[in-house]
Design a protein around this ligand. Sequence first.
Ligand code: ATP
Ligand code: MG
Length: 446
Amino acid sequence: MKIKLPGQVSYIIGELEKHGFEAYAVGGCVRDSILGRIPDDWDITTSAKPEQVKEIFQKTIDTGIEHGTVTVMIEREGYEVTTYRIDGEYEDSRHPKEVVFTSNLVEDLKRRDFTINAMAYSDKSGLIDVFDGIGDMNRKMIRCVGRAKERFSEDALRILRAVRFAAQLKFQIDKETKEAIKELAVNLHNISAERIQTELVKLLVSEEPERIREAYELGITKVILPEFDAMMTCTQENIHHMYTVGEHTVQALLHIENDKVLRLAVLLHDVGKPEKKTIDEVGTAHFYGHAKRGAEIAKDILKRLKFDNDTLYKVLKLVELHDNRPSLKKSSIKRLAVKSGTELFPELMKVKRADTLAQSLYMREEKLAYLDKISELYQEIVESEDCIQIKDLKINGKDLIELGVPQGKKIGVILSDIFEMILDEPEKNTKEYLSGYVRGKYLDGM
Ligand code: ATP
Ligand code: MG
């Protein structure tokens, strides 16, 4: 088997070999190359100790020197070069207590999570595949290196990684590995929010985001996202729906592009439903106020998982507004755009469409036609450059002061008043008209 290594990677491996060490590309980059995917980054594993790596290359950074990792800089690109190591005993399903360097490549491959991630390659030695990673690739299987239970007990994050890789690669999870996941998923409690976030996002933006259902079935979401389990068991006795809230969510994920914010927003759009469910006298389920409550719950979840503020802001807005149904008048659509902000409005429409496509067929065509019409009217609003932000008004705070409005709070109140009027009557957005309006309404007698 031949893999085309990038020039810099060949160079680093070549230099290490020239100095009498072994060196290989390893892990994800080997896996992805064989699968015809473009690797994110190229990791190199070597028999050289960190100090020796640093002596060979001009520019290096001590990235994780205690774990044996040195970043070698070549033409401003960094490549992680890690010394062969054996991870010592693990504490709390989290950190190895110690790492021990070894001169044996196989020992290093043994500590890796899955067979498909435990292959190494160099031009000199070809593919080193001692755990039949190739066989598992052909079988499309995620399988632990060694005993699954032991491997998950050492580091519980691997439990979530199994489903993440399955979703990214469209693979199945091997039986023993699955059994061990079910048994040990609870250990994910010990894993830091940051590490969970990374893997959860990779799962969600993958080719098969619906594999979140498998994470549920295996008992993973129960630990990292119990709110999802509440959705999976919440039925919807309602003509608009044919699935539980959770299954509706999974279906909606299939109808939204693979963008982090959009996938998170769809995942959480109905998270408020289980709490807000009521059944009326004829047995129909209602979920009044679920969008607002959903945004609150989504906030707790995203904060708990340590998401950044920008993601938080966007996802919460989309959750809060996903069920907003403006009338087909430009003024109502503008009011919704004011709430979402112009940047998020098109994203909101995508969420609404995905939501609709995951509902029952009842009124499907009408619902989609309604959404198309909103998008069309919004497009016209954008093209006509109608005012949809206070800063689009043809009059501003400074103008008001020049007209004689005293500086202070009142300026904001007047601008909001004018803004409301202009949403309904865009033709009045001229400086001349608005000056007259302000004089007449606010400066009478001044
Ligand atoms: P990606 O393409 O998403 O980066 P990757 O396989 O490169 O996938 P990384 O998290 O970058 O994943 O890790 C690089 C390699 O390190 C893996 O392929 C695997 O061999 C090993 N590895 C990473 N995390 C673990 C872990 N928690 N337990 C065991 N081995 C791991
Ligand atoms: Mg990687």
